[in-house]
Design a protein around this ligand. Structure first.
Ligand SMILES: [Zn+2]
Length: 975
């Protein structure tokens, strides 16, 4: 078995799909012995032609090796998911033996006999061992062979590449060809005669074994390798050591290489690497290296001076070393001057001016560019003029410019900026994963400006996830940003949220801390899981092409759900066969951003109108068809009322993508609390739609104001409040697109006129107040009623950790004195924010001993505390309802997950929670809403003994708060 592996690279979307069948037939399962027993790994096997071709005729034309001859290492870095682990290693490990043992144990699978390997190099750097062997056969080295490992400290084999020939047969005859015959063969067809060339036999004068491709099969030849030169010409030739035939010859005459020392890991030694796609100037003429660094220099270039700006089609290097007087950045092209040597151009040394960092950025920017265009050939069309302008900004000046401690960023409009790496803290300019991450943002920018209806990517969390996954896929490692800071500066890891782990089991929404770099790991984690399940090549393709769907949304839950659907679509490619669907579903479900989230975010219900009569309330919900093999078939409405806490469930009737049903006619004045559930067709799980709804039946509406005009409303702004309350359509926007005008308002009074909202015109951020308030005061409200309820719709929008609050206050003396009735404050996030909600307040609780409702006013006080964050409030459709039946309004019998025994109780009641609550706070509230008894606990409780000895007979309302959980129920005390 000859093993030649290489990652396959696809050029267009079309070939992406046609390739799937090929990929499957070439997949080979290996069962490798590892530390944890046998692991099955799938490896892409592919024959690659990189060896000398049969020589058909000899002419004056060059006889060439295939270009790849000089770079003949094939690659196998694929192991379909898990890394093979061979047990932890460190710098003192005898790594050669470890590698040999691995090969020996797996000989049956790999057919690599380690006795035929010679250690070429083993180096421990950046927490990894880099090991490379050459193949020898009967003491003769085999051209093009190599077996290499990259082994992480934890024992994961991160790279395993093998080009090993296990079927070499060579007759035992000694080489018989004379030196003279070799020389003659080596110059067959060349213009000059033997005496005009210098001959140098390579490989210490020994022959080498050349794997030789003839009629599609390998045979093996013993050959001498010669360097043939004169003042102008330069060749390498392989001459058959037994027959004297010229096997191949490569003309290097005008070939030189542009190379330079670059970092592949900040802590590892510099690696001399090709500098491709760059322009070099020698004696007033420009020469451009190809992507492999090959450059044709005229004879006699040696010892001449070259200069370069490291400027090419895909990257242009700039540096900034001082600030302009007006505070603007002053960038200038990078410049490097050196001397051409015998090999060509070698940019080494000069560490004083961050030259290695510049080269590293240039090298890896070109690398990632090649990488992405190999995945998507069409992408090149967008990239024809995509100079990635890499500015090297000294950290100190950048902080002065922006006031923000950026470390590296993509401006989105095609430039990437980096801190200089010389201040010993941030090593990011030397770290490929950071470069790939920032370039990943540029890819997002290009894809979304072409394909998104918004013209940009709105979800910063998804943007970070895709930038991270670009880096992780390019490196095929989830450990991005490893070694991002120098030892001793670890505090910067958390400051910049650089400790990201893509091989994680974070779930949504539990992961949220509302910082996009951190929260993004739920999506990048799912995408990495997908890579583990289906292999790197397919994952790269699918995730990249999912970007063409431009999945995105204003709310994170919808954006994540859209990503799930887009990945399903990209894998399917419109074929309707749902390729890799199970793997995708599993990966996204594992992080709780799969089917449930998708169904939830697509589910729509506009809220049911109230009725003053006791009637059955019609319920209509909608779930548009999902791009999934199975659709949701069963949807239920679940309700309870203020007088019956038991949840009732009614199945809705499906009619296309609409689901219909009715809340039953009650026999008394009733508040319905309802929510929807639907059955996940893949696992039967019930998905609960995130919103709860309230509908009033039988209540008399005493007052109504739909907020359509500003008549008699009053707005006062204090402390130079910007963007306070205005009467506008219920819209907000970050971008000026028509979709943005409509997108968030799906479940309230869309298209039905105006509301009150803080904010400004479209495109400007919403309320922008600093220690300041904007107060909206209602007209005077006059009514009479025994137990009035104030009802309103509100919408809170907050996108980051900005603080602000919305207070609702009542006045019963026409605005002279005010009492706080409700407050929404600080970080209001999913699921509380980003949607219209209805709420209500029992007015009587705040109206004093002898309530008088002839001069009531309501005011909404918006407080903002930032000039950069934004916190938007919407208020609409206020109303006052009444009933004369006190029992039906004062206490909500909302029982969820608490049982009380006995109930009624006289002395002590035992509360039982459905799970352990941490430090629960228990409030006992009377019928008028006063907290009469509050217990703060310390510890975890699944039951709690509540002493009711001191309570009067009556019905009480229990509220138990634990973290973000609030449980409520009723307790009856009988004496
Ligand atoms: Zn980023």
């Amino acid at each position: 078995m000859n093993m030649r592996y290489i990652n396959f690279l696809l050029i267009t979307l079309l070939s992406f799909f046609s390739h799937i069948a090929i990929a499957e037939t070439n997949m080979k399962i290996f069962e490798l012995q590892t530390k944890d027993g046998i692991q099955k790994i799938q490896i892409q096997e592919r024959n690659e032609v990189f060896l000398p071709q049969e020589i058909i005729s000899i002419s004056n034309a060059d006889i060439k090796f295939n270009d790849k001859y000089t770079r003949s290492l094939s690659q196998v870095r694929k192991n379909n998911g898990r890394f093979v682990n061979i047990g932890a290693v460190d710098e003192n490990t005898d790594i050669e033996t470890v590698c040999r043992n691995f090969l020996e144990k797996n000989y049956d699978q790999l057919s690599i006999d380690h006795n035929n390997l010679q250690l070429k190099k083993a180096e421990f750097a950046g927490n990894r061992w880099y090991v490379i062997f050459n193949q020898i056969h009967n003491g003769i080295s085999v051209k093009s062979s190599s077996v290499r490992f990259t082994i992480a400290k934890n024992g994961n084999i991160q790279t395993f590449e093998a080009t090993y020939f296990d079927d070499i047969t060579l007759s035992a005859d000694k080489p018989s060809v004379s030196t003279l015959e070799c020389k003659k063969a080596a110059i067959i067809g060349l213009p000059s005669s033997e005496e005009n060339y210098n001959f140098k036999r390579l490989n210490n004068d020994s022959p080498v074994i050349v794997p030789y491709l003839l009629n599609g099969k390998y045979s093996y030849r013993l050959a001498y390798e010669y360097e043939v030169t004169n003042m102008i010409e330069f060749y390498t030739a392989l001459v058959d050591a037994k027959t004297g035939a010229l096997l191949s010859r490569y003309n290097h005459t005008n070939e030189a290489f542009a190379k330079g020392d670059v970092y592949n890991n900040p802590n590892a030694p510099l690696v001399n690497s090709p500098i491709g796609n760059a322009t070099f100037s020698i004696a007033g003429k420009n020469y451009i290296s190809n992507r492999n660094g090959s450059i044709d220099l005229p004879a006699g270039s040696a010892n001449k001076q070259f200069t370069t700006n490291l400027s090419g089609k895909f990257a242009k290097m700039y540096t900034t070393d001082k600030l302009a007087k007006d505070g603007s950045t002053q960038i200038k092209p990078y410049s490097f001057t050196g001397t051409v040597n015998d090999d060509g151009i070698n940019m080494i040394g000069k560490t004083d001016n961050f030259d290695e960092v510049v080269r590293t950025l240039y090298y890896h920017t070109n690398f990632i560019h090649d990488y992405i265009t190999n995945i998507d050939g069409q992408f090149n069309a967008y990239l024809t003029e995509f100079p990635c302008i890499v500015e090297l900004l000294p950290a100190s000046s950048l902080e002065k410019i922006t006031g923000i401690t950026f470390n590296a960023f993509s401006s989105g409009d095609k430039s990437i900026s980096f801190y200089a790496a010389n201040h010993n803290i941030i090593l990011i300019g030397r770290l490929p994963s950071v470069i790939y991450h920032e370039y990943g943002h540029s890819i997002n920018y290009v894809m979304y400006s072409n394909w998104s209806k918004h013209g940009r990517m709105i979800s910063s969390t998804c943007n970070e996830a895709l930038a991270d996954i670009t880096a992780a896929f390019a490196l095929d490692s989830p450990d991005i940003f490893e070694n991002a800071v120098a030892p001793g500066y670890e505090q910067y890891l958390s400051r910049y949220n650089l400790t990201r782990n893509l091989d994680n089991d974070y779930t949504y929404p539990e992961i949220l801390i509302h910082e996009c770099h951190h929260d993004s790991q739920v999506l990048s984690g799912a995408l990495w899981d997908l890579r583990k399940a289906i292999g790197i090549e397919m994952a790269e393709l699918i995730v990249h092409f999912a970007r063409r769907e431009a999945p995105d949304a204003f709310t994170l839950d919808a954006a994540l759900a859209n990503w799930f659907e887009a990945v399903v679509k990209a894998a399917d490619g419109g074929m309707g066969e749902f390729l890799y669907f199970d793997e995708i579903l599993q990966a996204f479900d594992r992080h709780k951003i799969g089917f449930n989230l998708l169904a939830k975010t697509r589910f729509e219900h506009k809220g049911t109108d109230d009725s003053e009569d006791l009637i059955s309330l019609p319920i209509v919900a909608q779930l548009p068809e999902l791009y999934m093999p199975k659709q949701v078939e069963e949807v239920f409405v679940n309700y309870y009322t203020n007088w019956d806490s038991e949840v009732q469930t009614i199945a809705l009737t499906k009619n296309g993508d609409t689901y219909e049903g009715k809340l039953p006619k009650p026999d008394k004045v009733t508040r319905y609390y309802y929510y929807f559930t639907m059955k996940n067709p893949y696992n039967g799980e019930l998905i609960r739609s995130p919103r709860n709804h309230i509908a009033f039946v039988g209540y008399k509406k005493l007052y109504e104001n739909n907020c359509e005009t500003i008549a008699n409303w009053e707005v006062t702004n204090e402390n130079n409040t910007e963007r306070g309350w205005i009467n506008k359509e219920p819209t907000y926007a970050f971008v000026s697109s028509p979709e943005a005008l409509l997108s968030p308002i799906v479940d309230h009074t869309t298209g039905q006129g105006k509301c009150w909202r803080t904010g400004y015109e479209v495109v400007n951020y919403a309320i922008k107040t600093l220690h300041s308030t904007s107060t909206l005061t209602s007209p005077t409200i006059t009514f009479s009623g025994e137990y009035p309820i104030f009802s309103y719709y509100y919408y809170l929008l907050n996108t980051n950790t900005y603080s602000g609050s919305l207070k609702i206050e009542f006045s019963f003396d026409n605005g002279q004195t005010w009492v706080l009735a409700k407050e929404y404050s600080k970080q209001v996030h999913f699921p509380e924010a980003w949607t219209w909600k209805r709420d209500f307040i029992h007015i009587r609780k705040f109206a004093g001993e002898n309530p008088n409702y002839s001069n009531m006013k309501v005011r909404f006080v918006a407080f903002g505390n930032s000039t950069s964050g934004y916190f938007t409030f919407f208020v609409d459709d206020i109303a006052i309802y009444n009933t004369d039946t006190p029992g039906s309004i004062d206490v909500d019998k909302i029982v969820n997950n608490i049982t009380i025994s006995p109930n009624p109780a006289s002395y002590e009641a035992e509360l039982k929670f459905n799970r352990e609550l941490i430090n629960p706070e228990i409030n006992v509230i009377d019928a008028l809403g006063n907290i009469i008894y509050s217990i703060k606990t310390d510890g975890n409780y699944s039951t709690f003994p509540l002493n009711v000895n001191n309570l009067e007979s009556g019905v009480y309302f229990l509220q138990i708060n634990s973290g973000k959980t609030t449980l409520q129920t009723n307790l009856t005390v009988v004496k």
